[in-house]
Design a protein around this ligand. Structure first.
Ligand SMILES: Cc1cc2nc3c(=O)[nH]c(=O)nc-3n(C[C@H](O)[C@H](O)[C@H](O)COP(=O)(O)OP(=O)(O)OC[C@H]3O[C@@H](n4cnc5c(N)ncnc54)[C@H](O)[C@@H]3O)c2cc1C
Length: 299
């Protein structure tokens, strides 16, 4: 990048980290030496490992290219099965409904978004989708995809239900891209382990973004955050740390989601078991955890 003295090597994969030689190896056989190295390889969609999983019409969403191809496919699709009621699954569900597709969401957990925002807010999102005509099949897993002429035609669930589908979108989580760090012998556990200064178990190597499982000083534990704001803010923090400045990355995780007319912004990590109470203000509904029921008002 002219002016900033940065070399941008597009279309070039790093194939190995040689820690003893302080260099990275590239797919074309060349190598680059480093004094400090930052790992930001992100994460990859978890694959649906079932019979028929590689049929045409089975899609994943990670890149801008995936998004453009999926948008075009939704425009031609009639019946869509979404595997997973997480963020990717529900945002694609909203896009599919807006294109007029019939949508069924299959999710083994008892509710939507359970692991990321808990049952109360998860139910609010599920209700929003139901109000837009979406069918949920909670407590069921997709165990097989059946096809015709190489293309998917139906999803079979663990209860034996066969759901017709022209398009199946898989959103069952992401796996941190730890292959390089693992080969290099860095400490790995649910991503690359880094301290609050974003330093790995090798003092010269740092990690940030989706791949980094960082010690969070405010939360007092390791957290790996798969959200845009985390990648945006950890990058400069890692740079400061690599330049020898004192860094303790303690920003509260932030993320957002837009589905139909609903926009949500979240600060913190409201995972089940990590909050005490849900407080509703305004026209929302109140959830009574002890009674597992809604207390007041329609959504
Ligand atoms: C469909 C989708 C929707 C999302 N929506 C939201 C949202 O609404 N709100 C939100 O907060 N977050 C959202 N996210 C999450 C957000 O996009 C990620 O948290 C963020 O992109 C992570 O940034 P990153 O730099 O760590 O990884 P990435 O953006 O994945 O970048 C990693 C880069 O490293 C490259 N790479 C991997 N391996 C190698 C290698 N060996 N050599 C060289 N390069 C390599 C990859 O090709 C990629 O370009 C969404 C993610 C997806 C997939």
């Amino acid at each position: 990048m002219p002016g900033n003295d940065v070399d941008l090597l597009l279309g070039t994969a790093v194939t190995a980290i040689d820690r003893s030689g302080s260099r990275i190896e590239l797919a074309d056989g060349s190598a680059i030496t480093y004094d400090r190295l930052l790992l930001t390889p992100g994460a990859s969609p978890r694959r649906l490992d079932v019979p028929g999983g590689d049929l045409g019409g089975v899609r994943y969403l990670r890149t801008a290219g995936d998004s453009e191809r999926l948008g075009a496919a939704l425009a031609d699709a009639g019946q869509v099965v979404i595997v997973g009621a997480g963020w990717i699954g529900l945002e694609v569900t909203a896009a599919a409904r807006e294109q007029g597709c019939e949508v069924t969401v299959v999710e083994p957990e008892p509710g939507a978004l359970l692991r990321s925002i808990g049952p109360e807010m998860g139910e609010t999102f599920a209700d929003l989708h139901r109000a837009h005509g979406v069918t949920f099949r909670f407590g069921e897993a997709v165990i097989e995809l059946r096809g015709s002429g190489g293309r998917v035609a139906a999803a079979v669930t663990s209860t034996g239900a066969e759901l017709p589908a022209d398009l199946v979108v898989v959103g069952i989580g992401a796996v941190p891209n730890t292959a390089l760090a693992t080969m290099a012998g860095l400490e790995i556990e649910n991503g690359v382990i880094v301290d609050a200064a974003l330093r790995t178990s090798d003092e010269a190597i740092y990690a940030a973004g989706d791949v980094a499982n960082a010690f969070h000083p405010l939360l007092g534990r390791q957290v790996r955050v798969e959200h845009w704001a985390n990648a945006l803010n950890q990058g400069p923090a890692a740079a400061r740390s690599m330049l020898g400045q004192p860094v303790s990355y303690d920003r509260v995780p932030y993320f957002y989601s837009d589905q139909y007319e609903l926009s949500m912004e979240t600060c913190g990590l409201p995972e089940p078991g990590r909050y005490d109470q849900v407080v509703y203000r305004g026209t929302g509904r109140a959830w009574n955890s002890s009674r597992s029921g809604w207390l007041a008002g329609p959504s």
